[in-house]
Design a protein around this ligand. Structure first.
Ligand SMILES: NC(=O)c1ccc[n+]([C@@H]2O[C@H](COP(=O)([O-])OP(=O)(O)OC[C@H]3O[C@@H](n4cnc5c(N)ncnc54)[C@H](OP(=O)(O)O)[C@@H]3O)[C@@H](O)[C@H]2O)c1
Length: 255
């Protein structure tokens, strides 16, 4: 047994205010520079496993969680997200951050990650800033048999990837993102998309923020829906504590 953390009131280690230290802690593995993708998920849950509170993740989050959320975005090439999260959370484009500008430029990255939305219905607000103000054109990933008129409308404001029929083939979608040079991949869920990514064997890493809250109720877990054929064993890579929140980073164990 190892004690990985000290109580926050006496600890200054892994101070989430130190962006550089956080960027180091959450650095993508070297394979991304060689064109091999790495898919990380960033999610927050309550102690009793809820992935949302009053319909949103906001109520589970806190300052340090938001800081890590921002750092993970700042490290990523692309943020993959389910359409329901975009609708529920009113997603906006990722912003370019001055404190990461030099590192991103050195790594050959755009100033901000692209947001890539997975949707079957294509019920999206195409007048929203996510489509009208994005620094890097937003991507929409839809099945080949998505509603044709909606696809035409989306193409006017976003880059469209179509793959799979009836639903997006997520393995092929990841390959398309990788082919665009976006190997530092981050998904922010939601639970239904994340479950599929895990079940399809695409998830390399889970950054789970554990909020010091009990919520009860019937909120979904951070992965919800499809079953995985086999449970995936994960290994703890880092653990940061602040104000009772635990910020875990788990990577899958090699097979
Ligand atoms: N705790 C956290 O960290 C966290 C993170 C994110 C979100 N959330 C919360 O979770 C809720 C939303 O999550 P959710 O699980 O309901 O939905 P979600 O995973 O965000 O999105 C589901 C939607 O994505 C599209 N989709 C997913 N898989 C697809 C596939 N294979 N092919 C085509 N389209 C696909 C569909 O969009 P269409 O309906 O457009 O077809 C589907 O309805 C919100 O309340 C949000 O606040 C919590």
């Amino acid at each position: 047994m190892r004690q990985l953390i000290r109580p926050s009131h006496s600890a200054d280690h892994a101070d989430p205010a130190a962006l550089e230290a956080l960027a180091d802690t959450y650095a993508y593995p070297e394979q991304v520079a060689a064109g091999r993708p790495w898919l990380r998920a960033n999610m927050v849950g309550s102690l009793d496993g809820a992935a949302k509170l009053s319909g949103l993740s906001e109520g589970l989050s806190g300052d340090a969680d938001k800081r890590i959320f921002g750092v993970l975005r700042a490290l990523a090439d692309v943020v993959l997200v389910g359409a329901e999260t975009v609708r529920a959370e009113g997603y906006r484009p990722a912003r370019a951050r001055a404190d990461f500008a030099a590192a991103r430029a050195a790594a050959g990255q755009a100033p901000a990650p692209v947001i890539a939305i997975v949707s079957r219905s294509l019920v999206l607000d195409l007048d929203a800033p996510l489509f009208t103000e994005a620094l890097v054109r937003t991507v929409v990933i839809a099945p080949e048999d998505a509603p044709a008129a909606a696809l035409t409308a989306v193409r006017k404001v976003a880059d469209v990837i179509t793959t799979g029929r009836g639903g997006v083939d997520l393995t092929a979608a990841q390959a398309e993102l990788t082919a665009r040079g976006w190997t530092r991949q981050l998904t922010e869920g939601g639970p239904r998309l994340l479950a599929q990514l895990a079940a399809d064997g695409l998830l390399d890493e889970l950054c789970l923020s554990l909020a010091p809250l009990l919520t009860a109720g019937d909120a979904p877990r951070i992965m919800h829906g499809v079953e995985m054929a086999d449970a995936q064993r994960m290994r703890l890579v880092s653990l940061i504590e602040q104000k009772g929140f635990l910020f875990t980073r788990y990577c899958r164990t090699p097979e």
